[in-house]
Design a binder for this molecule. Sequence first.
Ligand code: ATP
Ligand code: MG
Length: 389
Amino acid sequence: MTKILVVDDDPNVQRLLRGTLKQEGFEVVVAGDGAEGLHLWGTETPALILLDVSLAKLDGYQVATRIRAAEGPGVHIPIIMLTAEKEVEQKVRGLRAGADDYLVKPFHQAELLARMKSLLARFSSREGVGGVRPPLGKLLAFYGAKGGVGTTTLAINAAIAFHQEHARRVALVDGVLQFGDHRVFLDLGNDRKSISDLVSAPSIDADLIKSVMVRHDAGIDLLLAPPSPEDGDLVHEAQMDQALTLLRTMYDYVVVDVEKRLGDLTLSVLDHADMIFVVMTADLSCLKNVRLVLEALGRIGYEASRVKLLLNRSNAFTGISVQAAEGALKRQFEFKITNEYRVAISAQNSGTPFSYSKPDSPLARETAQLAAEVERAFAPAAKAASRSA
Ligand SMILES: Nc1ncnc2c1ncn2[C@@H]1O[C@H](COP(=O)(O)OP(=O)(O)OP(=O)(O)O)[C@@H](O)[C@H]1O
Ligand SMILES: [Mg+2]
């Protein structure tokens, strides 16, 4: 069945389109805002998108622009913009952003279907519609509820586990631009290229990204933070967004060690996240911060189901038991990782992550389990994508 993605915030339009399209034998997925639309484009691999212009979070023009930037060569999903105005300017803007056609609301069912079918026919004869583009890589954000809880440790080792246990192509991004630790954890000198080498170029493309990625012996590719803190400020959210969009077309997983400050740069990472791991330990200041972070993410509009609580050093004595912590937060931890200080600290100080050098340690085994659960969580989407291909 041909899958259509409807991106519109108006429940009436959603209902109308869902009904009409289902009657015509289409499968329909609906997104209520631009960010969700972009996400479903990646996970659902629709054959065509009906895209409203005025949307929350990302408007229709931005969604179309991002999709066109992220599509691989020779790939093109047909997009029909839905606009409320007859102004030529809006239409031109839509077409320039990458739309193939537009309809002015309210439109006639017959006209909508005719335009959809002509676009589907045109693009299916050219490249088989929709599923030709492999789904976007998953972006996993590791976000520490406070400093020193093990965010970097877990981001690095999980990234390695996806490659070693599941043969995934993995990009690991050090998003802590001022004081990123990946060079220390991975024993890499300050001469290695970093994300700040991207920003001097007029535009970021796949070749440029490839030229700054650093290959690690464990088989993953790294996008490092700049070697000196003052260069961290060179990277702005638009560039971070562009870099992540491209990385998602090149890798199965993009794992990001995220800066704690909840500013524009952090949000430009979290906007991409399929899962946000909020890393914490069982102590009072973490519990307080986790509550604040969950509230803030909710206010910004992140779907609660994408946010996972990760309790690190779960069996360390802190005076607060796992049950008490879960009780205080009124929810359960999705993931728990054991406390094994010797393994963690010696891996860090020798610059060899435990998932690579000590795969049989409990710490590495539990990190591998986390990776396996994430794999399982994404499996249905991957299957759906290959079915529609
Ligand atoms: N599961 C664990 N068991 C024992 N020690 C751990 C564990 N995870 C991390 N550590 C140790 O905790 C310390 C902090 O780890 P890490 O640097 O990864 O935290 P972080 O949250 O990234 O810190 P920062 O806020 O400085 O970025 C390190 O010494 C690390 O070895
Ligand atoms: Mg860190």
